[in-house]
Design a protein around this ligand. Structure first.
Ligand code: AMP
Length: 281
């Protein structure tokens, strides 16, 4: 695996791949890699000639300094995992490298309701920060395809919108959520759960699956209530939001409709660790 920390070196190498008509698949990450990330790398490997993975813990998308400071950083094991998947190129810039390349006022990114609902309500400015870094990485890597997990569903919708707004010639490929054996969506944050919180967190996907079974038996409002009530008196889990929305517009739906794809999205704290998950209904 080639490993670059400067934009200049990365670009020189990627340009030579491109000159040889190689198609570049790109997987942007913040590191602390797990099988969820590797599923994106695997998919990219199948569909591209060269796979580039970036690891950059993006300060502009964190709302709390402590969350940024405590975000797990595990470069050695990340590199081993990427090698084992035959990832071709790893790009690990530091903050200076990124900010000296282009310091953009993130207010140029505007996604309207898509960035103010759900995650946006609790993490103001988060998606502008994501868009800034992903746009910058897209400009540097110039991939043919870029791979994003459905686990961060609102982010996926925002990135698709970014590509459309800026007319970028990049295909965004959604990838299904990879889960632990008890259903918990894999996340770099899971390692911060203690054993009681970890046990409690398995309730999240179980509850979403039960909620899905209630579609068409209960109305939308009562399915929402079912999920919220399940955690109401839980000592370790505090739900921030659960919403049932149109998977394109992210507008809340009020009735079931087979003509649109509907998704239920949840965010909660298990102890001090913030987790998100979702399910297609
Ligand atoms: P992150 O490092 O958290 O920024 O994630 C990098 C990419 O991996 C994003 O596109 C995420 O949506 C994706 N991802 C994270 N966790 C999972 C998972 N459990 N299954 C599938 N994709 C994931």
């Amino acid at each position: 695996m080639l490993h670059f920390s400067t934009i200049k070196d990365l670009k020189v190498n990627l340009n030579s791949f491109r000159r040889n008509k190689k198609r570049i698949g790109f997987v942007p990450t913040m590191g602390a890699l797990h099988a969820g990330h590797l599923s994106l790398i695997k998919k990219a490997k199948k569909e591209s000639d060269i796979v580039v993975c970036s690891i950059f813990v993006n300060p502009t998308q964190f709302n709390e300094k402590d969350d940024f400071k405590n975000y797990p950083r595990t470069l050695d094991s990340d590199m081993q995992m990427l090698e084992s998947e035959n990832c071709d190129v790893l790009f690990c810039p530091d903050e200076n490298e990124i900010y000296n390349y282009r310091k953009t006022d993130t207010s140029i990114y505007n996604f309207g309701y898509l960035e103010t609902c759900m995650e946006g309500l609790y993490r103001p400015g988060h998606f502008k920060g994501v868009a800034y870094i992903v746009h910058l990485l897209f400009n540097i890597v110039e991939p043919y395809n870029a791979y994003f997990g459905e686990k961060d569903f609102q982010q996926l919708v925002i990135i698709k919108n970014l590509v459309k707004q800026f007319n970028l010639p990049i295909k965004i490929i959604p990838c299904s959520t990879v889960r632990e054996s008890d259903g918990l969506a894999m996340s770099s944050r899971n390692i911060r759960l203690n054993s009681d919180e970890r046990k409690a967190a398995s309730l999240i996907s179980k509850t979403l699956i039960e909620a899905k079974k209630k579609v068409n038996k209960l109305d939308v409002g009562n399915v929402k209530k079912f999920v919220i009530d399940r955690f109401k008196d839980h000592s370790l889990i505090k739900v921030q939001y659960f919403d049932i929305v149109n998977s394109e517009s992210l507008q809340s739906v009020t009735s079931w409709n087979n003509d649109i794809k509907i998704i239920g999205c949840i965010a909660l704290f298990a102890g001090k660790v913030r987790l998100i998950d979702n399910i297609f209904f």
